[in-house]
Design a binder for this molecule. Structure first.
Ligand code: ISC
Length: 408
């Protein structure tokens, strides 16, 4: 235990039920106005919860190598709102049978920290109560344009040689059931989507976001760098083996454009030694996508800052914006007609035991008091059909809706 930590900062969670512990920490952090992130990495059982004892920091240019341990949360358009960093002051992982408190606290004890531990001790002893989460009070403006019209505009612009691909998005407001409980739904999402990054980010500045994304933006694990090109969507038929999945020319090209975009980023920094695997079909909940993986050994290529450099080059990728990037972004800016906010931004733990895993914030929603805003987009190419792209966004909404609407 760090010397600067007071005795009260090491809590004994034994004897408390895991979900109750998770809820109690969440509740106390929200009550004190503190920023927090909850996540479960793909193919892992462990749920993590990180709290900062001060407000999230605004970061202009994330530096993944020199950064402290924490959680990054960035919007689609960093010009519309700031990238935020939740410094890890309190990190707990909920494993199969253990609750592990990590030794993260490095700053001097502050008033909020003291209050946090006192209130948490009390909260743990209390029975379950309705869970609060941070809500950002702000007028939300929906798009004026019909989504199919927006897609058609995109197809016309492609035929007019303005760009090769664009990813228009839409939002949908739903009301939350009276009995909606964030942690219950979160744990159900974890169970349902084993290979997704399942997260809740909650802070006064951004409100609360819940998501189960299939798309890794980048990972730096010791000296191994990884990114993926994910695109092409079809409904998953559970009666069919995924090796029997057939893809249309449109979907193959749509995904190949994302791979090409990544290779172009490598070219910009003269990086030639990368391993490329795929594309192969992957499961993303109720959907299937095509995915190519790219890996780089940062030691062999002598590129220790590759994570930071690639983060700046990659975001926003051709999976969420289009190709060429600038022309596609101009189209989105001009025609989409609503603020994507943190949808299709990026999020994830940084410098967590020498590992940084940043995901694209897809299949997500923003929680308001009694309602939520869901977001989804679809890759449009010259062969797109507006009606089909609309249906694809409906299927993407269903990733979360199927769980939200389930009774249990
Ligand atoms: C833009 C989204 O998905 C991207 C990731 C995978 C497949 C996609 C597609 O087939 O269009 C999108 O590029 C979204 O989920 O909102």
């Amino acid at each position: 235990m760090n010397q600067k930590q007071s005795a009260i900062s090491s809590l004994d969670f034994t004897g408390f039920e895991k979900t109750h512990t998770l809820r109690s920490i969440f509740q106390v952090a929200v009550n004190l106005g503190l920023p927090l992130a909850v996540w479960r990495a793909p193919h892992q059982k462990e749920v993590n919860l990180m709290v900062s004892f001060s407000s999230a920091q605004e970061v202009e240019r994330p530096d993944l190598e020199t950064c402290e341990k924490g959680f990054i949360f960035s919007p689609f358009n960093p010009k519309s709102s700031a990238t935020l960093f939740i410094k890890s002051d309190f990190h707990v992982s909920f494993d199969f049978d253990e609750v592990i408190q990590h030794e993260d606290l490095t700053s001097e004890e502050n008033v909020l920290q003291a209050k946090f531990f006192i209130q948490l001790k009390e909260q743990l002893k209390k029975p379950e109560e309705k869970l609060n989460y941070h809500v950002k009070d702000q007028e939300k403006k929906g798009a004026d344009i019909d989504y199919k019209d927006l897609v058609q505009l995109g197809i016309d612009a492609i035929k007019n040689n303005e760009f090769l691909k664009v990813v228009p998005a839409r939002s949908k407001v739903i009301s939350l059931n009276d009995g909606f409980d964030l942690i219950t739904k979160y744990l159900q999402l974890c169970d349902a989507y084993a290979n997704a990054f399942v997260s809740i980010v909650s802070m006064p500045e951004t409100g609360t976001w819940l998501g189960a994304t299939p798309e890794l933006l980048l990972e730096v694990n010791h000296s191994q760098f990884k990114t993926v090109a994910l695109a092409g969507t079809q409904r998953r038929d559970i009666a069919k083996s995924i090796s029997d999945t057939a893809w249309t020319q449109k979907e193959i090209e749509e995904q190949a454009l994302v791979s090409r975009y990544i290779i172009n980023c490598f070219k910009k920094i003269r990086l030639r030694e990368y391993e490329e695997k795929g594309p192969k079909t992957i499961i993303a909940g109720n959907l299937l996508h095509l995915k190519t993986e790219f890996e780089v050994n940062m030691k062999e290529t002598n590129f220790p800052e590759l994570g930071t450099v690639m983060l700046e080059l990659l975001h926003p990728t051709s999976a969420i914006a289009g190709m060429p990037k600038e022309a596609a972004l101009n189209f989105i800016q001009q025609h989409e007609g609503f603020d994507r906010s943190f949808y299709s931004g990026y999020l994830g733990p940084v410098q967590n035991e020498q590992k940084t895993s940043i995901f694209v914030n897809l299949r997500c929603m923003e929680l308001l008091e009694n309602s939520a805003i869901l977001y989804a987009g679809a890759g449009v190419t010259v062969d797109s059909v507006a009606e089909k792209e609309f249906e694809e966004t409906e299927m993407k909404f269903n990733t979360l809706l199927n769980i939200l609407n389930s009774q249990s």
